[in-house]
Ligand binder design. Structure first.
Ligand code: ADP
Length: 300
């Protein structure tokens, strides 16, 4: 039996891509796509040629996070053309192929594998420094096929995104074991939504009575601060959100012998940037989360 022709096409197609990084998570909703999107923005701002491939078939949020909702893919004789945010940041997602963004994609394994294979062999990326692949959560059949295809073309490794609480970390351990089993290097683990951070002036201050009645005191509290200690308004308040008594991602990484890349707090401004399809690195609004993400990216 000769070599798989699809695999041969994938290897040919990927020959113009220098680095390939898979972004994984044990669960959905931990910020995997947000991280993939911001990583792509950051690399593009460093003048790298970047491709972002969204193969989270059942929940393609990448078009929105890159500000590309409603865009369509075009065909050329070279293959499917990615949708470009800028000339050095191209995006490909199943989201571009759904007639209605509210449509659910209910596909079984073989069909999913089919489209993933097609994405890898039919998209014309041209020369890329980085291809960031946003994978579906978990470790399913799709993951095995993605990893097999990418390994045949030489993949750098995987970044795993998690939240700090136990229930999430259990799944991450499975994810790390999966990577070890299939021989995929783990570049590191990102602990997202690690605590909450926001500038004091953006909080609401409520007086809550014994019966639970709430009175909004924000205006008077802000006025008081402005009068008496205006510098306080620029303070950033932090708080833990999840129970991290189990040691969080740091301990899990020590146990599993994989690198811990850093923590990114829950930051409403980061959520806003993601919702609006913007880079969090440009306007200085993501005061804690953007530098945290930047420090993680610099470690890669
Ligand atoms: P996943 O890809 O793991 O399913 P998403 O990246 O879609 O998760 O994130 C889920 C939601 O949480 C999105 O609305 C996203 O903007 C938000 N989010 C992710 N990380 C953060 C963060 N650090 N601070 C605030 N919101 C975040």
């Amino acid at each position: 039996k000769g070599p798989d022709p699809d695999l041969v096409s994938i290897v040919e197609r990927m020959a113009t891509v220098k680095h390939k990084i898979l972004v994984l998570s044990g669960k959905g909703g931990v910020g995997k796509s947000t991280f993939s999107a911001q990583l792509s923005f950051a690399l593009a701002s460093m003048d790298f040629q970047v491709g972002l491939l969204d193969i989270d078939i059942c929940g393609p949020s990448i078009p929105k996070m890159l500000g590309l909702e409603g865009q369509e893919i075009h065909q050329s004789n070279l293959g499917w053309s990615p949708v470009y945010v800028e000339s050095n940041l191209g995006v490909m997602s199943i989201g571009f192929m759904l007639p209605n963004p509210d449509d659910a994609v209910i596909w079984r394994g073989p069909r999913k594998n089919g489209i993933i294979k097609q994405f890898l062999k039919d998209v014309y990326w041209g020369e890329l420094d980085f291809l960031i692949v946003d994978a579906p959560p978990g470790t399913s059949d799709e993951h095995i096929s993605i990893v097999q295809f990418l390994q045949a073309t030489g993949i750098d490794g995987a970044i795993i995104v998690t939240t700090p609480q136990q229930v999430s970390l259990i799944d991450v351990r499975k994810e790390v074991s999966f990577c070890k089993k299939v021989g995929l290097p783990v570049l590191g683990v990102v602990e997202n939504m690690s605590g909450f951070s926001q500038q004091l002036s953006e909080f609401k201050f409520m007086n809550v009575s014994a019966s639970g009645e709430q009175k909004d005191m924000t205006e008077s509290v802000i006025a008081y601060m402005r009068e008496n200690a205006p510098e306080m308004l620029n303070l950033i308040a932090f708080s833990e959100v999840f129970d991290t008594s189990g040691g969080g991602g740091t301990k899990m990484c020590r146990d599993m012998e994989v690198p811990f890349l850093g923590k990114v707090p829950l930051d409403p401004q980061l959520c806003k940037a993601a919702e609006e399809g913007r880079s969090c690195f440009v306007d200085g609004k993501c005061k804690v989360s953007a530098p945290a993400l930047k420090a993680i990216i610099d470690k890669l």
